[in-house]
Design a protein around this ligand. Sequence first.
Ligand code: PGA
Ligand code: ZN
Length: 433
Amino acid sequence: MTNRTITRVLARRVWDSRGRPTVEAEVHLSSGVTGRAIAPAGASRGTREAIDLRDGGSRFGGMDVMRAVAGVNGAINARLIGLDAGDQAAVDAALVALDGTSNKATLGGNATVAVSLACLHAAAQGPVWQHVAQLYGATPTLPLPEIQIFGGGAHAGRRVDIQDFMVMVPGAGTMAEVFEVTAGIYVAAGSILAEKGLLRGVADEGGWWPEFTSNEEALDFLIRAIERAGEVPGDRVVISLDVAASEFGHGGQYRLALDDRTMDSAGMAERLGQWLDRYPIASIEDPLAEDDLPGLAAFTREYGDRVQIIGDDALVTNAALVRQAAAAGACNAMLLKVNQIGTVTEAVAAWRAAANAGWPSVVSARSGETEDTSIVDLCVGLGAGQLKVGSFARSERMAKWNACIRVEDTNPDLRFVGGEPLAKTWWGRKARD
Ligand code: PGA
Ligand code: ZN
């Protein structure tokens, strides 16, 4: 028995940022060290994601997780005792084998992700991001944040069809500077909405929940907020969108309810293309639906040399799906959400598949989050380069941004990547000129 031998794995039910049950896991080692992590939960989920195991029935709207918790305390505990927590691949392989399905349907991706991340924490003998870097032979860096200003789609009563209206500050020299600039834009956006009587509240990820009359109006207000914060849109600050098109696009038909428009795949791409022409958008996620790989490929052919095109629902952090999309020429970047696949090892495999395709990755939180900051460790440790955790409000979001500040503040040698991930976009070309 080494001092990193697993002696016990346990779980309990805790609660997420939407007041819903979720799984917290602990991995205990022979040394007396304990690692802990909490599973997040999505609302605009890809259909090929790992199963989020819920109890069903009437309790908490069917969302309880006592079956997933029982699986950790029972079968997972029995299987992992005696394994070396430092061998993340072996621990994750044991979880995958014990589950026995392709989508974690037996144990639940919520159970496996909590255990897998807890193992990472238990095995780290210092900062977790350093352990990640060592495990995967990566060079740690401080990422470029992608921060939501307005929330829409499934996170805000579908009032606006587009899910995330975000900003990035690729022209900043430090993460601290990114947050200073973003704080100004966030507050300005809220004030402008309040003045116009358009403020409904705050959406699931902390962004403002506006009462706009068209999707484009959201972009216009975002430009105004950037300007009121004293910035020139497209200069130091750029816009980033998560269209989350799988939420309103099916079978090649896209319905923008707010704009009262139904379009085919080419029509939807054209509409987005008009926005790319009019607004300083440097990154766009899920511009077309997960069931429209040809549409995503056509969009990437048309616009891939000017914007980052991130695949979320179409890729679901799955190495095989990333390779398939890359072969089809669909997307040019990957969103990395560990709970979409269910273990750290498999998420890293997807990240490698993306890197092999020449794609940058964006490590991402879910709309249902907690104080858990494991994704910051993964993002920094892998040197993934971009981090998306929602808005600039509410502590399940700020826990991540503040963790970034802490890492930056205590590690002056860590490099902030700034605008590098956007090098192949119009912004990158402009920055080089
Ligand atoms: P979700 O959405 O966490 O609600 O699935 C986040 C995203 O689409 O990026
Ligand atoms: Zn998304």
